[in-house]
Design a protein around this ligand. Sequence first.
Ligand SMILES: [Zn+2]
Length: 299
Amino acid sequence: MYVFEWAPGMDVESLCEKLASCVSTVRWWSGEVVYVGCECPPDRKTLVASILAGALLRDWLYRQLVVRVQQSEPAWTGDEIEYTVLIQLHDLRVAKARFAGFDLDTWETKVASDLCAWMEHENWLSLPAFARFRMRPLVTALSAEVERRMRQLRLEDEYEESLRMLRYMLHEQPIVQRELHVFCAPERIWMTDAEGELVRDEEVLAAALADESDVDSEDLAMSILITRSPCRIVLHDLYPEAPWPSFAETIRRVFRERVTPCLGCIACRLHEAQRLRGDDGALDLTWSDGTAEGQGLDI
Ligand SMILES: [Zn+2]
């Protein structure tokens, strides 16, 4: 009889059911340590090894990831973590994502092969200890990826929450019959009115500068936009490759139908020409009434 030590708290009954479908005698003992015993004729070793590998690459691996994410993302509830890890694991398996050189199905085949080789010579094995040793590179790489994805999901949740708050604040403001132009460039953000005059807002700037905390230029620009609540915003997105979440995206999501994209004005064409020349210098807004950089709202 082979005896396998299994991890406490794991679903030993379903493992035994699977084993019982291919071998005649399966028993299990549960206490501080869980043991599974099974009689296994030689022609069934490969099948038993693949069932055990499946339990390790699915149930055991899943439990490892849940424990790790619980430590790295304590704000999530247990149910949220279990559900999300399950989805991520399924996605990564289907996408054939590779970890420490192999995708999850290949890892399962390799682990099954190792177990089968071991069963040729021994009749006792601690499956958790075997997995911790044999699957360590997989667990390290896979949990880094799952934790990265969970972190991204949390950031997306926080972003959605901030958008809801901004839309609520905007809803409280009376709409002004005025058009504003917002320019989002890699090096800075600025605004003009419909005539090309740079916009500045003394009250918001003073409040921001009086605040000891870090003044974020995007927060400042958003405060001005919400306070002014223009009926129309022409968005000149000079930085479409900005990292998520870009300010242009936030403007589109908050102001929705009030936002019109610029389809190619002089300023955008000049900026593009400068970018192609590799010139990082400030944009020469010749049409903005000669306002020099450093004046107006240059945030
Ligand atoms: Zn433009």
